[in-house]
Design a protein around this ligand. Sequence first.
Ligand code: SF4
Ligand code: SF4
Length: 443
Amino acid sequence: MVAKTFRGGVHAHYHKEDTASKPIRRLGPPARVVIPLHQHTGAPCEPLVKVGDEVKVGQKIGDSSARLTAPVHSSVSGKVVAISPHPQAGGRDVLSIVIESDGQETLDEHVEPRADVDSLKADEIKAIIREAGIVGLGGAAFPTYFKLTPPPGKSFDTVILNGAECEPYLSADHRLMVERPGDVVEGAKLLLKATGVTKAYIGIEENKPDAIEAISEAAKGDDRISVVPLKVKYPQGAEKQLIWAILGREVPSGGLPVDVGVVVNNVGTAAAVKDAVVSGMPLVERVVTVAGSCVAEPQNVLVKVGMLVSDLVEACGGCSSPPAKVIIGGPMMGTAQFTMDIPVTKGTSGVLLLNEEEAAPVEPMACVRCGKCVEACSMRLMPLWIASYAEAGRFDDAERMNALDCIECGCCSFICPSRRRLVQAIRLAKSEIMAKRRKAQAS
Ligand code: SF4
Ligand code: SF4
C-alpha cells in the first residue's frame, strides 16, 4: 500500500534509535507522588480526600461538576500527606495531592474486571471513560468522553487512531503498539461502539514496520478497522494533517475534526479506554519516553501519574552530563522546564534531557524572504507575515491572516534559515486575539 501524507511539513532528524527497539520497562511505585488536580483541558478538580486519608490504587481523589473536566485517581496506595500548590510542566503552580506510597499497591474496591463488556451501550462506555479520567494521551490531554460526543447538529462517520508519533525522540506509542497491539485494537472497537461509527483507521508512520505488522495482525478479521501506513514527515500526527492524509478531507478554517465527521484519538488513549472498560482500571499510569544525550539510560518506561520527573530520570540511570535543556514532550511542540521537581501527568509523552549542542539557542537574523516557512506550513498560512505583524503589535492584521489556524507545530521556525522565532511570535498573536475575543464577549 502506498504511504499517505499531507502537504507541507518538514523532515527532522528523528533520534528515536536509542529507545525504539527497547521493551517498555515498568517502574515500581515511587516513594511519593504529586497528583495535580488540573492536568487536562477544562475545569480543575476539587479534592475528594483530605490530609491523613489512606488511599488505594485507582481511587478517585478529585473531580468536578463542570461539563468539561476529567477526574483524577490515586496511582499508588498510601497516605495523603499534603494538598498544596506544586509546579507543573506548564509553568504554573497547580493544586496537587501529595501521597506517600506504602509500596503495597492495594487496589481500590471499584477496580475490577467487567463481565458485561459486550452488552454495554454507547452512553455507558462514555460514562466509564469519563469516570476513569481518560484524556488524550498524545499531549493535549483533552477529556476523551467529551470528544466522543458530537455537538448538536453534527455527527461522526469515522474514527481515526493516531499512531504516527512524528515528534523526534518519542517512541512511547511505537512500543505500545508493538507490545500491546491487541489492547489498542480492542480500544478502537470500544471507540467505534461509543461513537456509533462503523469505520476506524489506524495511521502509523512507515518507519515503524513492526508496529504496522503487529496492529494489522491484531485487527485481522475485523473489516471495520484498517491500518494506514503514513509517510515519515512532521507533523504527520497532527489531527488535521492526519485526516487529510487518510481521508482527503480538509477541516475548514476555525473548524474541528467533527466538522468533517471525524474523531481522532491517540493509540495510547485507545489502550487506556480498553483498560478502563474491560479491566475497570482508571488512568493512573502511562508510557513515557525518557531520552536525549544527557540521559544515562534512555528508554520507555511505564510510569505512575504523579511520579516526579527528577525520580523518573534517576530511575533511568540519572544524568550522564548536566542537561542544558529539559523538555516535557517532544522537541517540536514540548515545553522547556526550569525544574525537574514537576510530576508526570496524563499528558506527559516524553522527558528529554538535551545537551548544549542540541539546545543551543541561535540568535535570529533578518528574514531573507526565501519562502521556506510558507512551503513548510501544512496549514497553508504565511508564517513570516503573521509573525511580523505580531512583533509589530498589529494583532488585527495577524488575525486577518488566520493566525488562529496555526497549530503551533514549529515547522516554520525549524526550517527558517534565519532562525526567526516565528512560532513564538504567532503564539503571542493567538493569545492576544483570544484575549480580545474574550473581552468582547464579556462586554
Ligand atoms: S505557522 Fe503555525 S501551523 Fe504553520 S508551520 Fe508555523 S507553527 Fe506550524
Ligand atoms: S523561512 Fe525565515 S527567512 Fe525564509 S521567508 Fe520565512 S521567515 Fe523569512
